[in-house]
Ligand binder design. Structure first.
Ligand code: NAD
Length: 507
C-alpha cells in the first residue's frame, strides 16, 4: 500500500513532527521557533562568536577536527537517521556523510592559508606603506538548509563559516530537523564551551525570522522561489546572502563519447536520490550518431533500478509529498505534447515512490525541459552535435552544473567552458562536489556566491585592508601642506608612468 504523509499534519503553533517519508512514522517533534526565540539564539551566538573567533585558526582547526572525528565514528548512526528522515538508502547517506566530513577537514586545515593576514605589494604611489589584507568573520552566519542532502549541503556552509571564525545558527529544513539536531548536538559534544553552532527549527517563517535576526550573513540553500523571499527579507537590513538554488542540469554527449559510461552516468545522475539532487542530471543532449546506442544503453542500465524503502532499493521515496505533484504534472505535460517514454510511463508514480522515467521527443518548451522536476526522470534529446547540445543545455534560466562526455580532452574542455553553469564535470557526473578545493555554486536562477574551496571560505568573511606607514614621504601627498608645485610634477609623472599605453591620437 502506498500513501502520502503530510509532514505538518500534526503541527500546532508551537511544535511540528518530522516523519519518515516511506512509512509516515514519526521521527521526532520539534519546536516552531518564532522571531523572539530566533533573535535570542542569535544573540547568544553573537557572544559565542567572540570566543570562537579568539581561538584563532589553530584552535578552531583542532575543534573542527574533533567534530569531524565524532561524525566519522558515528557515521552509521547518522546515515540511518538520514535514511529515516529523508528516505534515501543508508549507503547513499553514508556517501553524503563521507563528502561532508572531507569538507570539514578541508575547511579547517586551509582556513589560515586562505584567510590569514598576508602582505600585499603597496605600489609606487604608496611605496612608503606596508599593505596587508585579511579576511574577518561576520560574527554570526545564519544557515538555511534543504532536505535533499541534509548533511552534505548545509555542511558546505556550516563548516566553511565556522572555519572562518563565525558562529552559526542553523535552520534545517522542516523535513529533516532531526538530522540538523544531530549535527548540532554532536558539535556541542565535540566542542565544549559556548554554543558556537546552534539550532532553530520550524518552517519558512522561522527562516525569514533568521534573515531579520541580526545575523551578519545568510547562507541559503533551497529553491529559487524561496531564494527570492530570503533575499527580500535580507534586503530590509542589507544583510548579504549566499544563494544556492535550484537547477535543471544537462549532460551533453558528443559523437566521440564513451557511450556506455555516459549512459551509466546519466542514469546515476538522473535517478540517484530519487532525482532529488540539485546537481542531478535532468536533461541529456546526445549527438545524432550515438543517440540510438545511448538510448539503448540507458534502457539496459535502468533494468532493475527500482525505488523502495529497503536496503536493496536503488533509491528511496520522494521526500516531500508536494513534489510528487510537480513530477506528475511534468510527465503529464510532456505526454500531452507528444513525448514518448522509453523507460517507465504515465503510471510511474506510486506515492511516495516514483519509478524511473526516460522521455524522448519532448518539446523544448515542455515543463520537463524548462522547470526543475526533482524526480527520477530524464529527458533525452537528439542533437546535431555536442555544440548544439551545449547551446540547448544553456537555453534555461538556471545554471547550476552539468556534464560533458567526449574522448577528446580539448573538445571536452571547450564544451565544458561554454556550458553556462557554475560547475561542469567531464566524463563523469557530480565529481566536482567531491573535490573540496573546488568552488560550488551556480549562475542565473541557480544563485550566486560559492561554498567549498578557498572561495567558500572567503564567502563567510569580509575582506579587511590595513596599511602601516613605514616612513613619511619627503613631500606630503595626503596633506593640506602639499606644495602647489607638486601638481604639474604629478601630472608629468602620471603621463610618463601610464600615458604610454594610450592609443596615438589621430593627427
Ligand atoms: P525550499 O526552498 O522549499 O526550502 C529551503 C529552506 O528554506 C527550508 O529550510 C525552508 O524552511 C526555508 N524557507 C522557506 N521559506 C522561507 C522564507 N520565506 N524565508 C526563509 N527561509 C525559508 O527548498 P527545499 O524543498 O528544502 O529544497 C529543494 C530545493 O533546493 C531544490 O530546488 C534544489 O535544487 C535546491 N538545492 C540547491 C542546492 C545547491 O547547492 N544549489 C543544494 C540542495 C538543494
Amino acid at each position: 500500500m502506498t500513501q502520502t504523509f503530510e509532514r505538518d499534519r500534526t503541527s500546532t503553533a508551537q511544535t511540528f513532527e518530522s516523519v519518515e517519508p516511506a512509512t509516515g512514522k514519526v521521527v521526532g517533534t520539534f519546536t516552531v521557533d518564532d522571531a523572539d526565540r530566533v533573535r535570542d539564539v542569535v544573540e547568544q551566538a553573537q557572544v559565542a562568536s567572540a570566543w570562537w573567533s579568539s581561538l584563532g585558526f589553530d584552535g578552531r582547526k583542532e575543534r573542527l577536527r574533533a567534530w569531524k572525528g565524532v561524525i566519522a565514528k558515528r557515521a552509521t548512526e547518522l546515515a540511518e537517521l538520514v535514511h529515516r528522515e529523508n528516505g534515501k538508502p543508508v549507503a547513499d547517506a553514508l556517501l553524503e556523510i563521507t563528502l561532508a566530513v572531507d569538507h570539514i577537514e578541508w575547511a579547517a586545515s586551509h582556513a589560515r592559508r586562505v584567510l590569514g593576514r598576508r602582505r600585499v605589494p603597496s605600489g609606487m604611489t604608496a611605496a612608503n606603506q606596508s599593505a596587508f589584507v585579511e579576511y574577518a568573520p561576520f560574527g554570526v552566519v545564519g544557515v538555511i538548509g534543504p532536505w535533499n542532502y541534509p548533511v552534505f549541503t548545509p555542511m558546505g556552509s556550516i563548516a566553511y563559516a565556522l572555519a572562518a571564525g563565525n558562529a552559526v545558527v542553523f535552520k534545517p529544513s522542516e523535513h529533516t530537523p532531526a538530522v540538523g539536531q544531530w549535527l548540532v548536538r554532536t558539535f556541542a559534544e565535540a566542542v565544549p564551551g559556548p554554543e558556537v553552532l546552534s539550532l532553530v527549527t520550524g518552517f519558512g517563517e522561522t527562516g525569514a525570522a533568521l534573515c531579520r535576526s541580526g545575523v551578519g550573513k545568510v547562507a541559503f540553500t533551497g529553491s529559487s522561489a524561496t531564494g527570492r523571499r530570503v533575499m527580500a527579507a535580507c534586503a530590509e537590513n542589507l544583510v548579504p546572502v549566499l544563494m544556492e538554488c535550484g537547477g535543471k542540469d544537462a549532460m551533453v554527449v558528443a559523437d566521440d563519447a564513451d557511450v556506455e559510461s555516459a549512459a551509466d552516468a546519466a542514469v546515476w545522475g538522473g535517478m540517484s536520490n530519487a532525482g532529488q539532487t540539485c546537481i542531478g542530471i535532468e536533461r541529456v543532449y546526445v549527438a545524432e550518431p550515438v543517440y540510438d546506442r545511448f538510448v539503448d544503453a540507458v534502457r539496459r542500465k535502468l533494468d532493475g533500478v527500482r525505488p523502495g524503502a529497503t536496503d536493496d532499493a536503488a533509491y528511496g521515496p520522494i521526500t516531500m509529498p508536494s513534489q510528487v505533484d510537480v513530477i506528475e504534472e511534468h510527465l503529464r505535460d510532456a505526454f500531452d505534447r507528444g513525448a514518448h517514454a522509453v523507460v517507465g510511463g504515465p503510471d510511474a508514480v506510486h506515492r511516495p515512490f516514483v519509478e524511473p522515467v526516460v522521455l524522448v521527443d519532448v518539446p523544448d518548451d515542455a515543463k520537463a525541459v524548462t522547470q526543475e522536476t526533482f524526480g527520477p526522470t530524464l529527458t533525452v534529446h537528439k542533437v546535431r552535435d555536442a555544440e548544439e547540445g551545449v547551446a540547448k543545455a544553456n537555453a534555461t534560466s538556471y545554471g547550476l552544473a552539468g556534464a560533458v562526455f567526449s574522448r577528446s580532452k580539448e573538445r571536452a574542455m571547450q564544451l565544458a567552458e561554454t556550458m553556462r553553469s557554475g560547475m561542469t564535470s567531464i566524463n563523469s557526473v557530480i565529481a566536482f562536489a567531491s573535490v573540496p578545493s573546488l568552488p560550488f555554486g551556480g549562475v542565473g536562477e541557480s544563485g550566486f556566491g560559492r561554498i567549498h574551496g578557498p572561495d567558500g571560505l572567503k564567502e563567510f568573511t569580509r575582506a579587511k585592508a590595513i596599511t602601516r606607514q613605514r616612513f613619511a614621504l619627503p613631500i606630503p601627498l595626503l596633506s593640506f601642506d602639499r606644495p602647489a608645485s607638486l601638481t604639474p610634477k604629478l601630472a608629468k609623472a602620471l603621463a610618463v608612468l601610464h600615458g604610454r599605453s594610450a592609443p596615438r591620437s589621430p593627427r
